[in-house]
Design a protein around this ligand. Structure first.
Ligand SMILES: [Zn+2]
Length: 123
């Protein structure tokens, strides 16, 4: 997901880190020959890149985590509703209707909260 650079800071090892609009950070190292970003070495160069968009890998990861969590919850809720409707004696069409209808009440807020909970193994 593209996010604009809003500022910079140095990390503990004196590497420049871009601060993105989403609140995530991303290294913008000038470390030849592996990465060439001589613009990051001057205040003018850094200022010239404010507002430029970088691809935020953390935002992409968060989006995928939310999508995966919704799929898992939706499958679980669908199957539970389908089973309950069968126990209640509904016909096949009624069971499917009940199972599909149950997806309208997915607990999106709690799914989001669980999916986006910071992973303590990452910093
Ligand atoms: Zn981000």
């Amino acid at each position: 997901m593209k996010q604009k650079i809003t500022g910079y800071h140095l990390d503990n090892e004196n590497h420049w880190v871009a601060e993105l609009k989403c609140g995530h950070n991303q290294h913008v190292r000038h470390d030849p020959p592996w990465s060439i970003r001589d613009w990051v070495t001057t205040p003018e160069g850094r200022a010239s890149r404010i507002g430029i968009e970088l691809n935020c890998i953390r935002c992409d990861e968060a989006g995928r985590a939310v999508a995966a969590a919704i799929i898992i919850e939706a499958k679980s809720q669908f199957l539970a509703s389908y089973e309950n409707a069968g126990i209640s004696g509904l016909c096949e069409e009624g069971r499917l209707e009940a199972a599909l209808g149950s997806l309208d009440s997915l607990p999106l807020d709690s799914i989001l909260e669980r999916a986006l909970k910071p992973d303590p193994t990452q910093n």
